[in-house]
Design a protein around this ligand. Structure first.
Ligand code: FES
Length: 106
């Protein structure tokens, strides 16, 4: 199993556990865990409503690809720890990380 922590917009922190072979991206797992994420573009790195801030463990994640970087560049308040959850595959790289949901709801 892969375990990581999710901090919701209201500050609530929960541990999420997912099977290693789930073959989903982080946005899909967060939505399936009933977090409120619009994911308007369906995971194409085009809407940024799946944005998360990686509060711990950023260095263990795969670096953002060009499409993700282009989208993040367009966000005025994006920080170095900002990532698009739809571009992160759920795998062992996520073990132990802490993310904070920050994508817009409208
Ligand atoms: S779901 Fe739209 S950018 Fe991730």
């Amino acid at each position: 199993m892969i375990n990581f922590s999710v901090i919701d917009r209201d500050g609530t922190r929960k541990e999420v556990e997912v099977p290693e072979d789930i073959n989903l991206n982080l946005m899909e797992v967060l939505k399936a865990s009933e977090y409120n994420i619009l994911a308007t573009c369906g995971g194409m790195a085009l809407c940024a409503t799946c944005r998360v801030e990686v509060e711990s463990g950023l260095e263990q994640l795969q670096p953002a690809g060009d499409q993700e970087l282009d989208m993040l560049d367009m966000l005025p308040d994006a920080a170095t720890e900002s990532r698009l959850a739809c571009q992160l595959r759920v795998n062992q790289q996520l073990e132990g990380i802490v993310i904070r949901i920050s994508g817009d709801l409208a």
